[in-house]
Design a protein around this ligand. Structure first.
Ligand code: G1P
Ligand code: ZN
Length: 545
């Protein structure tokens, strides 16, 4: 057994985005492609000391197992002496964050393309998290990118593949490899944050029915352990709980379009009381009640208003944060609690500094992501348990919890319209066209809506004062309504234009309206401002959430 030094040539297209590197499986399978990127990660990290731990795991998609074997052999050749791997090669993104923090690991490598489809013709991805459990900061991903343009050689330890299925230890040369049970660890952690007795009693009553859709992705085993084994929910609570390499042919994104089976059950006859889903790598969540969809923005606001009731959060909130396009529902709660509400650019990484500096306890994004200071990633099952705990404590259906919340704080009607796989040049021209108008629009009226201000969102991090410019175009109206335009940073084909629409309604008599109808005037203003149809050739969005 020895280390091989393999000559390679740089790839120029390997710029990792906010969520690591995402490409088609076929791209990753090209000779040296994955290896190049992984070597560049190792070259950029501090040289591992003997005690430094590396953790590896993925969401179970096609190529997960092969990639893990390659990364393991490269890690050994690059000097790691202690490596932990999730059993069957699986670790959800939130569980990885928790494990890094628990073991004080140097780094965690996650194989996932999140909510993108899996399979030989679909997507694969790789991202790495650092010692605080959060995604690598931009300075580090930029350094990895620079390395990919100069790489000449990578290192591989020659050995057979190892067994990823049996828990236990393996010694390869000087390296100790442990196959670990991240499911038990994660379940123990959740049990410490939430009132499992109260939730168990809720299921035991026989009067409460829930459905959880794991979408054939990584949360299946975690949900089985927590919901069925520890909380006593009946077996038919779980849908699609067996992880599959192609996610059963589906798109593992928990939203109204891709989790439609679950949505139909919750809006159908004999609907269960509660429904939830999570995505490919388990960090996103969708919350539904009988005949109601809770927008992620509202979910964040409800969490903020109730968090002090939960065992893991009895000291309440230090502050909250939301991404800029997320609705202002949580701002109302923060205001009434007298805590700070931070508005950050899109992307979980912007919450990291605020969490580490203890400026916030809770944070979330409109894109089905919520989380807290317990880890440094968003956390799908955590959000589901939060809601279960809340329902158990309040003994109220989801619809009632939402109505009460809106009565107290007002309702923010909210929707996101996505135009996917638009021609990139057309999308850039649309944004440029909008940007040119910013200066001259203030004070202008569009029907009943008078524009108060508009800008290109720029964020100064309150902890390290770093500046992030051009984070989306905001149009803010006098009644509190907003329209936000931005281009996605995570797509793998063409460009995706996202239009975020929001309208505030204080009057409880008007809290039962249909969302798209209520937003119709703003949808029209968005078209008027951006000329979406003219630029993109599309007369309607591809996805509405
Ligand atoms: C999307 C979401 C964003 C989220 C990211 C990673 O990014 O909008 O909130 O943090 O996925 O899950 P986008 O494609 O909009 O850049
Ligand atoms: Zn995800």
């Amino acid at each position: 057994m020895s280390i091989r030094y393999i000559a390679t040539t740089p790839f120029s297209d390997q710029k990792p985005g906010t969520s690591g590197l995402r490409k088609k499986v076929r791209v990753f399978q090209q000779p040296h492609y994955l290896e190049n990127f992984v070597q560049c990660i190792f070259d950029t990290l501090p040289k591992p000391a003997k005690k430094d731990i590396l953790i590896i795991g993925g969401d179970g998609r096609y190529y997960n197992q092969q990639a893990i074997q390659i990364i393991l052999k490269m890690a050994i050749a690059n000097g790691f002496r202690h490596i932990l791997i999730g059993q069957h090669g699986l670790i959800s993104t939130p569980a990885m964050s928790a494990q890094i923090r628990k073991y004080r690991a140097l780094c965690g490598i996650i194989l996932s393309a999140s909510h993108n489809p899996g399979g030989p013709e679909a997507d694969f991805g790789i991202k790495f998290n650092m010692g605080n459990g959060g995604p690598a900061p931009e300075a580090l991903t930029d350094a990895v990118y620079d390395a990919t343009r100069a790489i000449q050689e990578y290192r591989l330890f020659e050995s057979d593949d190892i067994d990823l299925d049996s828990l236990g230890e393996i010694q390869l040369a000087e390296t100790r490899i442990e196959i670990i049970d991240t499911v038990t660890d994660y379940a123990d952690f959740m049990q410490h944050l939430f009132d499992f007795d109260a939730i168990r009693a809720l299921f035991k009553s026989g009067l409460f029915h829930m459905l959880f859709d794991a979408m054939h992705a990584v949360t299946g085993p975690y949900a089985k352990e927590i919901l069925l084994r520890r909380l006593g929910a009946p077996t038919d609570t779980l849908l699609n709980a067996v992880p599959k390499e192609d996610f059963g042919g589906g798109h593992p994104d928990p939203n109204l379009l891709h989790a439609h089976e679950l949505v139909e059950r919750l809006f159908g006859a004999n609907a269960p009381d509660f429904g939830a889903a999570s995505d490919g790598d388990g960090d996103r969540n969708m919350i539904l009640g009988r005949h109601i969809f809770v927008t992620p923005s509202d979910s964040l606001a409800v969490m903020a208003a109730n968090i002090h009731h939960l065992p893991g959060y009895s000291s309440g909130l230090s502050g909250v944060a939301r991404s800029m396009p997320t609705s202002q529902a949580v701002d109302k709660v923060a205001e009434s609690l007298g805590v700070e509400c931070y508005e950050t650019p899109t992307g979980w990484k912007f919450f990291g500094n605020l969490l580490d500096a203890r400026k916030i306890t809770l944070c979330g994004e409109e894109s089905f992501g919520n989380g807290s200071d317990h880890i440094r990633e968003k956390d799908g099952l955590w959000a589901v348990l939060f809601w279960l705990n809340l329902i158990a404590l309040r003994q109220q259906p989801v619809l009632e919890i939402m109505r009460e919340h809106w009565r107290r704080f007002g309702r923010h009607y909210y929707s996101r319209h996505d135009y996917e796989e638009v021609d990139s040049t057309a999308a850039e021209s649309l944004m440029a066209h909008l940007r040119r108008q910013l200066g001259g629009l203030s004070g202008r009226s569009f029907g009943d809506y008078r524009l108060k201000a508009c800008d290109d969102f720029c964020y100064t991090d309150p902890v390290d004062n770093s500046i992030s410019e051009h984070q989306g175009l905001r149009f803010m109206f006098e009644d509190g309504s907003r329209i936000v335009f931005r281009l996605s940073g995570t797509g793998t084909a063409g460009a995706t234009l996202r239009v975020y629409l929001e309208r505030y309604e204080a009057d409880p008599e008007k809290h039962g309206l249909e969302t798209q109808q209520t937003l119709a005037p703003l949808i029209q203003i968005a078209e008027e401002l951006a000329q979406i149809q003219q630029f993109t050739g599309r007369d309607r969005p591809s996805v509405i959430t």
